[in-house]
Write a protein that binds this ligand. Structure first.
Ligand SMILES: Nc1ncnc2c1ncn2[C@@H]1O[C@H](COP(=O)(O)OP(=O)(O)OP(=O)(O)O)[C@@H](O)[C@H]1O
Ligand SMILES: [Mg+2]
Length: 405
Protein backbone atom coordinates (compact mmCIF):
# COMPACT_ATOMS: atom_id res chain seq x y z
CA UNK A 1 0.00 0.00 0.00
CA UNK A 2 0.96 3.60 -0.43
CA UNK A 3 4.22 3.98 1.54
CA UNK A 4 3.64 7.72 1.80
CA UNK A 5 0.82 7.14 4.26
CA UNK A 6 2.33 4.22 6.17
CA UNK A 7 1.59 5.40 9.72
CA UNK A 8 3.85 3.04 11.68
CA UNK A 9 6.95 4.48 13.30
CA UNK A 10 9.57 2.06 14.63
CA UNK A 11 12.54 3.85 16.16
CA UNK A 12 14.08 5.01 19.41
CA UNK A 13 11.72 7.46 21.10
CA UNK A 14 9.66 7.99 17.90
CA UNK A 15 6.14 9.10 18.81
CA UNK A 16 3.85 6.23 17.82
CA UNK A 17 0.84 7.02 15.63
CA UNK A 18 -1.33 5.92 18.56
CA UNK A 19 0.00 5.78 22.11
CA UNK A 20 -2.09 3.01 23.61
CA UNK A 21 -2.14 1.37 27.01
CA UNK A 22 -0.48 4.22 28.87
CA UNK A 23 -3.59 6.15 29.91
CA UNK A 24 -3.18 5.45 33.63
CA UNK A 25 0.45 6.60 33.73
CA UNK A 26 -0.41 9.79 31.87
CA UNK A 27 -3.47 10.57 34.00
CA UNK A 28 -1.49 10.01 37.19
CA UNK A 29 1.27 12.24 35.87
CA UNK A 30 -1.18 15.06 35.18
CA UNK A 31 -2.46 14.79 38.78
CA UNK A 32 1.06 14.80 40.23
CA UNK A 33 2.01 17.92 38.24
CA UNK A 34 -1.08 19.73 39.43
CA UNK A 35 -0.53 18.66 43.06
CA UNK A 36 3.04 19.89 43.03
CA UNK A 37 2.09 23.21 41.51
CA UNK A 38 -0.30 23.66 44.44
CA UNK A 39 2.56 22.79 46.81
CA UNK A 40 1.13 19.44 47.92
CA UNK A 41 3.77 16.79 48.24
CA UNK A 42 4.13 13.94 45.80
CA UNK A 43 6.84 11.54 44.83
CA UNK A 44 9.13 11.58 41.83
CA UNK A 45 8.31 8.84 39.34
CA UNK A 46 10.58 6.29 37.70
CA UNK A 47 9.45 4.34 34.65
CA UNK A 48 10.99 0.88 34.60
CA UNK A 49 10.89 -1.40 31.61
CA UNK A 50 12.75 -3.49 29.08
CA UNK A 51 14.16 -2.13 25.83
CA UNK A 52 11.57 -0.91 23.35
CA UNK A 53 8.52 -0.79 25.63
CA UNK A 54 8.07 2.96 25.18
CA UNK A 55 9.84 4.65 28.12
CA UNK A 56 11.39 7.44 26.06
CA UNK A 57 8.09 8.06 24.28
CA UNK A 58 6.42 8.47 27.68
CA UNK A 59 9.09 10.86 28.96
CA UNK A 60 8.61 12.96 25.82
CA UNK A 61 4.86 12.99 26.45
CA UNK A 62 5.36 14.05 30.06
CA UNK A 63 7.72 16.79 28.88
CA UNK A 64 5.05 18.04 26.50
CA UNK A 65 2.36 17.78 29.18
CA UNK A 66 4.45 19.91 31.54
CA UNK A 67 5.12 22.53 28.88
CA UNK A 68 1.48 22.64 27.82
CA UNK A 69 0.61 23.47 31.41
CA UNK A 70 3.08 26.37 31.24
CA UNK A 71 5.65 24.63 33.45
CA UNK A 72 9.37 24.45 32.78
CA UNK A 73 10.98 21.17 31.92
CA UNK A 74 14.23 19.70 30.76
CA UNK A 75 14.79 16.28 29.27
CA UNK A 76 18.17 14.64 29.42
CA UNK A 77 19.70 11.26 28.76
CA UNK A 78 22.24 9.82 31.17
CA UNK A 79 25.26 8.92 29.07
CA UNK A 80 27.47 5.99 29.96
CA UNK A 81 30.67 7.94 30.42
CA UNK A 82 29.78 11.39 31.66
CA UNK A 83 28.79 12.70 35.04
CA UNK A 84 25.33 13.82 36.03
CA UNK A 85 26.75 17.26 36.89
CA UNK A 86 27.93 17.67 33.29
CA UNK A 87 24.60 16.89 31.68
CA UNK A 88 22.44 18.57 34.30
CA UNK A 89 24.22 21.92 34.74
CA UNK A 90 23.54 23.32 31.23
CA UNK A 91 19.87 22.35 31.52
CA UNK A 92 19.57 23.97 34.94
CA UNK A 93 21.12 27.09 33.46
CA UNK A 94 18.49 27.17 30.73
CA UNK A 95 15.67 26.56 33.21
CA UNK A 96 16.91 29.24 35.61
CA UNK A 97 17.30 31.80 32.83
CA UNK A 98 13.67 31.04 31.89
CA UNK A 99 12.52 31.40 35.50
CA UNK A 100 14.45 34.64 35.86
CA UNK A 101 12.36 36.17 33.07
CA UNK A 102 9.15 35.52 35.00
CA UNK A 103 7.54 37.89 37.48
CA UNK A 104 8.35 37.02 41.07
CA UNK A 105 8.63 38.62 44.46
CA UNK A 106 12.25 37.77 45.06
CA UNK A 107 15.59 37.35 43.36
CA UNK A 108 15.51 33.59 43.79
CA UNK A 109 16.35 32.65 40.19
CA UNK A 110 19.33 35.02 40.17
CA UNK A 111 20.57 33.56 43.44
CA UNK A 112 20.22 30.06 42.05
CA UNK A 113 22.16 31.12 38.94
CA UNK A 114 24.91 32.34 41.28
CA UNK A 115 24.93 28.95 43.00
CA UNK A 116 24.97 27.22 39.63
CA UNK A 117 28.01 29.24 38.61
CA UNK A 118 29.80 28.15 41.82
CA UNK A 119 28.69 24.54 41.24
CA UNK A 120 29.96 24.56 37.66
CA UNK A 121 33.27 25.99 38.72
CA UNK A 122 33.80 23.42 41.52
CA UNK A 123 32.93 20.52 39.21
CA UNK A 124 34.86 22.06 36.29
CA UNK A 125 31.92 22.20 33.93
CA UNK A 126 31.61 24.85 31.28
CA UNK A 127 28.03 26.10 31.10
CA UNK A 128 28.52 29.41 29.30
CA UNK A 129 27.21 32.75 30.42
CA UNK A 130 24.75 32.74 33.31
CA UNK A 131 23.71 36.34 32.81
CA UNK A 132 24.92 39.84 33.42
CA UNK A 133 25.64 40.76 37.01
CA UNK A 134 25.40 37.21 38.33
CA UNK A 135 28.30 36.32 40.53
CA UNK A 136 29.05 33.04 42.25
CA UNK A 137 27.29 32.65 45.57
CA UNK A 138 30.06 31.74 48.03
CA UNK A 139 29.15 28.95 50.38
CA UNK A 140 26.31 27.66 48.20
CA UNK A 141 26.77 24.52 46.10
CA UNK A 142 30.54 24.88 46.16
CA UNK A 143 31.77 22.42 48.81
CA UNK A 144 32.93 19.85 46.25
CA UNK A 145 30.71 17.18 47.82
CA UNK A 146 28.39 16.34 44.95
CA UNK A 147 25.40 15.28 47.07
CA UNK A 148 25.53 18.36 49.26
CA UNK A 149 26.09 20.75 46.40
CA UNK A 150 23.36 19.26 44.24
CA UNK A 151 21.00 19.46 47.22
CA UNK A 152 21.80 23.19 47.62
CA UNK A 153 21.35 23.76 43.92
CA UNK A 154 18.13 21.79 43.44
CA UNK A 155 16.62 23.39 46.53
CA UNK A 156 17.38 26.81 45.09
CA UNK A 157 15.89 25.84 41.73
CA UNK A 158 12.78 24.64 43.58
CA UNK A 159 12.60 27.88 45.55
CA UNK A 160 12.90 29.89 42.35
CA UNK A 161 10.07 27.87 40.77
CA UNK A 162 7.94 28.42 43.88
CA UNK A 163 8.66 32.14 43.89
CA UNK A 164 7.56 32.40 40.26
CA UNK A 165 4.44 30.29 40.87
CA UNK A 166 5.50 27.57 38.46
CA UNK A 167 6.95 24.07 38.49
CA UNK A 168 10.17 22.56 37.20
CA UNK A 169 10.16 19.00 35.84
CA UNK A 170 13.45 17.26 35.12
CA UNK A 171 13.21 14.15 32.97
CA UNK A 172 16.12 11.74 32.94
CA UNK A 173 16.25 8.86 30.48
CA UNK A 174 18.54 5.80 30.71
CA UNK A 175 19.03 6.41 34.42
CA UNK A 176 20.65 2.99 34.92
CA UNK A 177 23.81 4.46 33.39
CA UNK A 178 24.26 7.00 36.21
CA UNK A 179 27.18 6.24 38.50
CA UNK A 180 26.41 5.33 42.09
CA UNK A 181 27.69 8.61 43.50
CA UNK A 182 25.58 10.55 41.00
CA UNK A 183 22.48 8.54 41.82
CA UNK A 184 23.09 8.98 45.55
CA UNK A 185 23.50 12.75 45.10
CA UNK A 186 20.36 13.03 43.02
CA UNK A 187 18.32 11.03 45.52
CA UNK A 188 19.62 13.10 48.45
CA UNK A 189 18.79 16.33 46.62
CA UNK A 190 15.26 15.17 45.84
CA UNK A 191 14.79 14.07 49.41
CA UNK A 192 15.35 17.64 50.61
CA UNK A 193 13.23 19.12 47.83
CA UNK A 194 10.34 16.82 48.71
CA UNK A 195 10.64 17.51 52.46
CA UNK A 196 10.16 21.18 51.65
CA UNK A 197 7.28 20.55 49.21
CA UNK A 198 9.08 22.56 46.55
CA UNK A 199 7.60 22.45 43.04
CA UNK A 200 10.43 20.46 41.46
CA UNK A 201 10.02 16.89 40.30
CA UNK A 202 12.07 14.28 38.49
CA UNK A 203 10.61 11.75 36.10
CA UNK A 204 13.14 9.07 35.32
CA UNK A 205 13.25 6.05 33.06
CA UNK A 206 15.50 3.06 33.02
CA UNK A 207 16.02 -0.67 32.73
CA UNK A 208 14.91 -2.98 35.57
CA UNK A 209 18.35 -2.90 37.24
CA UNK A 210 17.74 0.75 38.10
CA UNK A 211 15.53 -0.19 41.07
CA UNK A 212 18.38 -2.08 42.76
CA UNK A 213 20.96 0.55 41.81
CA UNK A 214 18.88 3.28 43.45
CA UNK A 215 18.34 1.17 46.57
CA UNK A 216 22.10 0.56 46.82
CA UNK A 217 22.84 4.25 46.37
CA UNK A 218 20.41 5.30 49.14
CA UNK A 219 18.44 2.86 51.22
CA UNK A 220 15.44 5.20 51.46
CA UNK A 221 15.15 5.55 47.66
CA UNK A 222 12.30 3.05 47.56
CA UNK A 223 10.15 5.27 49.76
CA UNK A 224 11.05 8.46 47.96
CA UNK A 225 10.16 7.33 44.43
CA UNK A 226 7.30 5.55 42.78
CA UNK A 227 8.57 2.90 40.38
CA UNK A 228 6.13 2.30 37.54
CA UNK A 229 6.48 -0.81 35.51
CA UNK A 230 6.06 -0.25 31.78
CA UNK A 231 5.52 -3.54 30.01
CA UNK A 232 4.23 -4.97 26.75
CA UNK A 233 0.74 -3.91 25.70
CA UNK A 234 -2.32 -6.00 26.49
CA UNK A 235 -3.98 -7.72 23.55
CA UNK A 236 -6.66 -5.05 23.38
CA UNK A 237 -4.17 -2.17 23.47
CA UNK A 238 -1.87 -3.83 20.94
CA UNK A 239 -4.78 -4.23 18.53
CA UNK A 240 -5.70 -0.60 19.04
CA UNK A 241 -2.08 0.45 18.37
CA UNK A 242 -2.34 -1.24 14.96
CA UNK A 243 -5.96 -0.61 14.02
CA UNK A 244 -6.49 3.02 14.95
CA UNK A 245 -3.72 4.60 12.86
CA UNK A 246 -4.66 2.43 9.86
CA UNK A 247 -8.35 3.22 10.19
CA UNK A 248 -7.63 6.93 10.01
CA UNK A 249 -6.46 6.43 6.41
CA UNK A 250 -9.23 3.96 5.55
CA UNK A 251 -7.25 0.73 6.01
CA UNK A 252 -8.46 -2.33 7.96
CA UNK A 253 -6.71 -5.40 9.38
CA UNK A 254 -8.49 -8.77 9.21
CA UNK A 255 -8.65 -10.46 12.65
CA UNK A 256 -6.32 -13.26 11.46
CA UNK A 257 -3.73 -10.67 10.44
CA UNK A 258 -3.91 -9.09 13.90
CA UNK A 259 -3.57 -12.52 15.53
CA UNK A 260 -0.48 -13.21 13.50
CA UNK A 261 1.16 -9.88 14.43
CA UNK A 262 0.28 -10.26 18.10
CA UNK A 263 1.75 -13.71 18.05
CA UNK A 264 5.01 -12.53 16.51
CA UNK A 265 5.41 -9.40 18.67
CA UNK A 266 4.02 -10.49 22.05
CA UNK A 267 2.61 -6.96 22.31
CA UNK A 268 6.02 -5.24 22.59
CA UNK A 269 5.55 -1.68 21.31
CA UNK A 270 8.73 -1.51 19.24
CA UNK A 271 7.93 -4.81 17.54
CA UNK A 272 4.33 -3.75 16.88
CA UNK A 273 5.56 -0.67 15.02
CA UNK A 274 8.04 -2.74 13.03
CA UNK A 275 5.45 -5.40 12.08
CA UNK A 276 2.84 -2.73 11.38
CA UNK A 277 5.22 -1.00 9.00
CA UNK A 278 6.22 -4.15 7.10
CA UNK A 279 2.72 -5.58 6.93
CA UNK A 280 1.65 -2.31 5.38
CA UNK A 281 4.46 -2.54 2.82
CA UNK A 282 3.51 -6.12 1.89
CA UNK A 283 -0.26 -5.54 1.63
CA UNK A 284 -1.54 -4.57 -1.81
CA UNK A 285 -4.89 -3.37 -0.64
CA UNK A 286 -7.20 -3.14 2.36
CA UNK A 287 -8.07 -5.25 4.30
CA UNK A 288 -4.65 -6.46 5.41
CA UNK A 289 -4.64 -10.27 5.50
CA UNK A 290 -2.86 -12.99 7.46
CA UNK A 291 -0.69 -13.69 4.38
CA UNK A 292 0.44 -10.05 4.40
CA UNK A 293 1.42 -10.41 8.05
CA UNK A 294 3.21 -13.71 7.37
CA UNK A 295 5.11 -12.18 4.46
CA UNK A 296 6.10 -9.21 6.65
CA UNK A 297 7.71 -11.30 9.38
CA UNK A 298 11.06 -12.02 7.69
CA UNK A 299 11.30 -8.37 6.58
CA UNK A 300 10.57 -7.07 10.07
CA UNK A 301 13.12 -9.45 11.57
CA UNK A 302 15.73 -8.48 8.98
CA UNK A 303 15.26 -4.80 9.73
CA UNK A 304 15.42 -5.31 13.49
CA UNK A 305 18.53 -7.46 13.16
CA UNK A 306 20.19 -4.57 11.34
CA UNK A 307 19.13 -1.89 13.81
CA UNK A 308 17.36 -2.59 17.13
CA UNK A 309 19.33 -5.75 17.94
CA UNK A 310 22.50 -4.99 16.02
CA UNK A 311 23.37 -1.74 17.84
CA UNK A 312 23.31 -3.69 21.09
CA UNK A 313 25.32 -6.64 19.78
CA UNK A 314 28.02 -4.33 18.40
CA UNK A 315 28.76 -2.97 21.86
CA UNK A 316 29.66 -6.38 23.25
CA UNK A 317 33.09 -7.97 23.59
CA UNK A 318 33.52 -11.54 22.30
CA UNK A 319 33.28 -12.90 25.85
CA UNK A 320 30.11 -10.94 26.57
CA UNK A 321 28.62 -12.26 23.35
CA UNK A 322 29.49 -15.75 24.41
CA UNK A 323 27.74 -15.18 27.74
CA UNK A 324 24.55 -13.91 26.10
CA UNK A 325 24.72 -16.69 23.53
CA UNK A 326 24.90 -19.21 26.38
CA UNK A 327 21.82 -17.61 27.92
CA UNK A 328 20.08 -17.83 24.55
CA UNK A 329 20.92 -21.53 24.44
CA UNK A 330 18.87 -21.94 27.62
CA UNK A 331 15.89 -19.94 26.30
CA UNK A 332 14.22 -16.54 26.77
CA UNK A 333 13.37 -16.81 30.48
CA UNK A 334 15.68 -15.87 33.41
CA UNK A 335 18.48 -18.32 34.14
CA UNK A 336 20.56 -19.28 37.16
CA UNK A 337 24.20 -18.20 37.01
CA UNK A 338 25.26 -21.81 37.56
CA UNK A 339 23.31 -23.00 34.53
CA UNK A 340 24.84 -20.34 32.29
CA UNK A 341 28.33 -21.17 33.57
CA UNK A 342 27.67 -24.85 32.90
CA UNK A 343 26.73 -24.14 29.27
CA UNK A 344 29.88 -22.07 28.94
CA UNK A 345 31.84 -24.92 30.50
CA UNK A 346 33.48 -22.53 32.93
CA UNK A 347 33.52 -22.23 36.72
CA UNK A 348 30.84 -19.87 38.07
CA UNK A 349 33.50 -17.54 39.61
CA UNK A 350 35.00 -17.00 36.17
CA UNK A 351 31.64 -16.16 34.66
CA UNK A 352 30.56 -13.75 37.43
CA UNK A 353 32.62 -10.76 36.17
CA UNK A 354 31.23 -11.24 32.65
CA UNK A 355 27.71 -11.23 34.08
CA UNK A 356 28.47 -7.96 35.90
CA UNK A 357 29.67 -6.38 32.67
CA UNK A 358 26.62 -7.35 30.61
CA UNK A 359 24.42 -5.98 33.39
CA UNK A 360 26.44 -2.75 33.51
CA UNK A 361 26.07 -2.40 29.74
CA UNK A 362 22.31 -2.75 30.13
CA UNK A 363 22.08 -6.03 28.23
CA UNK A 364 20.86 -8.13 31.15
CA UNK A 365 19.46 -7.69 34.65
CA UNK A 366 18.81 -9.76 37.75
CA UNK A 367 15.05 -10.29 38.25
CA UNK A 368 15.89 -12.21 41.43
CA UNK A 369 19.11 -12.92 43.28
CA UNK A 370 21.36 -15.14 41.18
CA UNK A 371 19.07 -15.01 38.14
CA UNK A 372 19.94 -13.30 34.88
CA UNK A 373 17.48 -12.20 32.19
CA UNK A 374 17.71 -10.29 28.92
CA UNK A 375 16.77 -6.58 28.95
CA UNK A 376 16.04 -6.72 25.23
CA UNK A 377 12.90 -8.71 24.43
CA UNK A 378 13.53 -11.62 22.06
CA UNK A 379 17.29 -11.11 22.25
CA UNK A 380 17.68 -14.87 22.68
CA UNK A 381 16.31 -15.46 19.18
CA UNK A 382 18.54 -12.73 17.78
CA UNK A 383 21.66 -14.21 19.42
CA UNK A 384 20.91 -17.51 17.77
CA UNK A 385 20.60 -15.82 14.39
CA UNK A 386 23.79 -13.79 14.93
CA UNK A 387 25.78 -16.78 16.25
CA UNK A 388 24.06 -19.89 14.85
CA UNK A 389 26.52 -22.37 16.31
CA UNK A 390 27.44 -22.14 19.95
CA UNK A 391 30.87 -23.49 20.74
CA UNK A 392 32.01 -22.74 24.27
CA UNK A 393 35.60 -21.62 24.41
CA UNK A 394 37.79 -23.67 26.72
CA UNK A 395 38.09 -22.17 30.21
CA UNK A 396 41.15 -20.07 30.91
CA UNK A 397 43.88 -21.89 32.84
CA UNK A 398 43.61 -21.06 36.55
CA UNK A 399 46.09 -18.54 37.89
CA UNK A 400 48.58 -19.62 40.56
CA UNK A 401 46.82 -17.32 43.05
CA UNK A 402 43.51 -19.13 42.31
CA UNK A 403 45.13 -22.46 43.11
CA UNK A 404 46.48 -21.17 46.40
CA UNK A 405 43.01 -19.94 47.48
N1 LIG B 1 2.12 2.74 23.89
C1 LIG B 1 2.59 2.54 22.67
N2 LIG B 1 1.81 2.14 21.66
C2 LIG B 1 2.32 1.94 20.44
N3 LIG B 1 3.60 2.11 20.11
C3 LIG B 1 4.45 2.50 21.07
C4 LIG B 1 4.00 2.73 22.39
N4 LIG B 1 5.05 3.11 23.13
C5 LIG B 1 6.12 3.12 22.32
N5 LIG B 1 5.77 2.74 21.08
C6 LIG B 1 6.71 2.59 19.96
O1 LIG B 1 7.72 1.69 20.38
C7 LIG B 1 9.01 2.09 19.95
C8 LIG B 1 9.97 2.16 21.13
O2 LIG B 1 9.64 3.23 21.99
P1 LIG B 1 10.74 3.90 22.93
O3 LIG B 1 11.95 4.24 22.16
O4 LIG B 1 10.08 4.96 23.71
O5 LIG B 1 11.08 2.66 23.90
P2 LIG B 1 12.09 2.63 25.12
O6 LIG B 1 11.43 1.88 26.21
O7 LIG B 1 12.59 3.98 25.41
O8 LIG B 1 13.26 1.73 24.53
P3 LIG B 1 14.83 1.73 24.90
O9 LIG B 1 14.94 1.09 26.25
O10 LIG B 1 15.43 0.90 23.82
O11 LIG B 1 15.31 3.15 24.90
C9 LIG B 1 8.80 3.40 19.19
O12 LIG B 1 8.81 3.11 17.82
C10 LIG B 1 7.44 3.88 19.63
O13 LIG B 1 6.80 4.61 18.60
MG1 LIG C 1 14.46 4.84 25.39
Amino acid sequence: MDPAINPFAPGAGNQPPELTGRGIVLTETAVILERLRRRYSDRSQILIGLRGVGKTVLLNRIDKMARDKGFHSAILEAPENRSLAEILAPELRRLLLQLDMLEGAKDTAKKALGALRAFASVFKISIGDVGVGISSAPGMADSGDFGRDLTDLMTMVGEAAADKGTLVAILIDEMQYLRENDLAGLIAALHRVSQRNLPLIVFGAGLPQLVGLMGNAKSYAERLFVFKEIGPLTREDAIKALEDPAERVGVRFLPEALDEILNATAGYPYFLQEWGKHTWIKARTTPITRDDALAATPEAIREMDQSFFRVRFDRLTPTEREYLRAMAELGPEPHRSGDIAAIMQRPVEQVAPIRSKVILKGMAYAPAHGDTAFTVPMFDEYMKRAMPVFTPRPPRPRKTSDKAA
